[in-house]
Design a protein around this ligand. Structure first.
Ligand code: OGA
Ligand code: MN
Length: 200
């Protein structure tokens, strides 16, 4: 993992984002996909809102994904593997980049066919705890024809990232606008944020 963590630290320092493959191994991704929760997401996932929890409003013109927040206390072993790798990443980035990252919050995410998330920033207006956005993709055999790219806007340019299984995208939550393009297949991921305070 050392090389992968190094690549993330370098990317963040140089350009505010990093894209790495094999953050989770194929077997580790498979184990998450087999979780009952993901298999039966229609029962467990809810339409995502916009804004912080209490004020969150559903607006499908802006985002159409379904989400399920992960409780670290009750997460299944397959998801624990991912959570503990993120904890290792936090420790690594704190040392490599002199940060004081402390915690992480994640939700499992499904974008139904045709749904999208319009261009936005991940940091809330009145709460700057979210320092880094981290998205792990879970989609096997995904090709450009399937759409569903993450489009990142950086320095008056944009580029697209395919949501390929095992790939992690990490970027500055306060700095980089981004959007999710509609897809021809269900698009699965675990979306999260690394915080500079302990989550309450
Ligand atoms: C988000 C988001 C990007 C992606 O949930 O805030 O921008 O690629 N997700 O899923
Ligand atoms: Mn986002």
């Amino acid at each position: 993992m050392e090389q992968v963590f190094d690549a993330i630290a370098d990317g963040l320092a140089d350009k505010q984002y990093a894209i790495v493959d094999d953050f989770l191994k194929e077997e580790e991704v498979d184990a998450i996909l087999k979780e009952d929760h993901f298999q039966h997401y229609q029962q467990h996932f809810k339409k995502a809102g916009i804004g912080k929890q209490a004020n969150a409003q559903i607006n499908e013109a802006i985002r159409g994904d379904l989400i399920s927040w992960v409780d670290p206390q009750t997460a299944l072993p397959s998801t624990q593997v991912y959570l503990s790798r993120l904890q290792d990443l936090i420790q690594f980035l704190n040392r490599a980049l002199f940060l004081s990252l402390k915690d992480v919050e994640v939700h499992q995410t499904v974008y139904p066919i045709g749904s999208y998330y319009k261009r936005h920033l991940d940091q809330f207006k009145k709460d700057d705890a979210r320092k880094l956005s981290v998205i792990l993709y879970l989609n096997k055999n995904w090709t450009a024809e399937n759409g569903g790219q993450l489009r990142i806007y950086s320095n008056d340019q944009s580029f697209d990232v395919l949501p390929i299984a095992g790939r992690l995208v990490c970027f500055r939550s306060d700095a980089l606008e981004h959007e999710v393009l509609p897809a021809t297949r269900e698009r699965l991921s675990i979306t999260g944020w690394i915080l500079d305070r302990i989550k309450i």
